[in-house]
Ligand binder design. Sequence first.
Ligand code: NDP
Length: 327
Amino acid sequence: MTKRVVLIGHPVAHSLSGAMQQAAFDSLGIDARYELWDRSPMELADTVAELRTDEFLGANVTIPHKERVVPMVDRLTDEAHATGAVNTITREGKRLIGHNTDVPGFRVALDRLVGKQKMPRQAVVLGAGGGARAVVYGLITEGFQRIIVFNRHLHRAEGLVKHFGRSAAHMELRAMPWHESIIDSELAKARVLVNATSIGLTTEDSPVPAESLHGDLLVLDLIYARTRLLSDAAAAGCTVADGELMLLHQGAAAFTLWTGQPAPLELMQRKLAEARAGGLRSAEGEPTGAPADAQGEPPVAGTPADPEPAAEGTPADTEPAAASAPD
Ligand code: NDP
């Protein structure tokens, strides 16, 4: 019987994950199909319940469900528990286990960005969603001493800080309101800037003014594209990287969890590059322009979407993936 792995999100019209995971299953002769399931928040509990049968190896979970799905699984790994976000589900019999492979994915991206330099201790994080939670947890566990989180809706950044209260007790983790002057002054003190918002995913906007970027910054944009932020940062002399490595390594870790086999990294990276050349920029299946948190939208029909990712959407940005990381 062909096993199924599903990506649950809203929207998931196109997907980079689909491109790399299906190729990985096929290349190792694993009889499994990666399907895209576009499910509204209201449908989430029933959707997760479906995964408890033998048919399924597991699932990926993405925007906007990573936090909402936490109480719907039977057990959380340490990283899923610590972040309060799940991006991968595996099955043990009828029990579902929630994992967060964004955390190891982020660690690989951070290590590559920092290269041979000493790991910095001060970071600014933009965003407070599921991706930002993995980033903040990764920074805390790397030994960062000061992390400032900015978010458009301040209360969400405050919630994130509160969530990490205990694991951040030894260091300074603070939420601050999204004002250009405050961001500017915090960036002047920071060595690492991570964009974990979706600003730049579908537009040429940058979350920070170019003038706030100084050449000592290491800048990571979780978006899998050469965003305006990364172009401005490179022009300012910063070391920059996009979300490719994080995406690749979170996917590789998920693959191993579902199959018990090492992931074919080179192949997965090549498939990502091909999907990107076809215009895809996000793991989840944006850009469709649809709001990520469209609670009020009518439920989407239950048939799985075409597992072959469509090569359309925002015009391709064909610049190389991870730019000038210094190793
Ligand atoms: P969420 O929907 O959970 O969070 C989205 C974040 O973006 C929130 O902080 C939100 O702020 C902010 N945001 C969205 N639009 C705007 C705007 N117009 N102005 C200011 N802030 C805005 O998404 P995720 O955390 O899962 O993902 C965030 C980004 O990170 C996406 O682009 C995603 O593709 C990328 N990502 C990449 C990964 C990788 O492997 N490379 C892994 C995970 C994420 P607010 O709370 O105020 O709405």
